[in-house]
Write a protein that binds this ligand. Structure first.
Ligand SMILES: [Fe+2]
Length: 145
């Protein structure tokens, strides 16, 4: 039986937006759980990972809109590719555990890291520059609303 791909864990890059950084950390934690789980647990862990990612992508889009912009087409496409990869791993896991682990342990973290460093970083720069770094409750409190 071929060896399982080695699990390499790198620190999730911090981009300087508390909500986005915290959701990235939660996704990383869930990815690690999925990468270390037993085959019978995988469907649950990958579903949870996809759910966290879906919510995070929606939150990221909402933050961009609150800052007066929107996620560009390539950013949205990368989000969809990551969700599609979750589906691909979920479908493949019953047929090939080793191939699933290869996608999960090698391909997934590389794509996520590149997305954070090159794509999310631009979005956070836009959000922070246009004032959406502050939680809405703090804005409402400071304006007396
Ligand atoms: Fe993103």
């Amino acid at each position: 039986m071929p060896a399982m791909p080695r699990l390499r864990v790198q620190k999730t890059p911090a981009l300087g937006h508390a909500a986005i950084d915290s959701e990235h950390a939660a996704i990383t934690d869930q990815w690690l759980r999925a990468a270390k789980c037993e085959p019978f647990q995988f469907q649950f862990f990958i579903a949870r990972l996809k759910s966290l990612m879906t919510n995070h992508f929606e939150n990221e889009a909402a933050l961009m809109e609150r800052a007066g912009g929107q996620l560009c087409r390539c950013h949205r496409d990368e989000h969809q590719s990551l969700l599609d990869l979750c589906d691909q791993m979920r479908e493949l896991s019953d047929r090939s555990w080793r191939k699933t682990q290869s996608l999960l342990r090698v391909k997934f973290p590389v794509l996520v890291r590149k997305h954070i460093l090159y794509t999310d970083q631009m979005a956070v720069l836009f959000i922070n520059t246009n004032g959406a770094a502050t939680p809405p409750q703090a804005i409402a409190a400071s304006s007396g609303a």
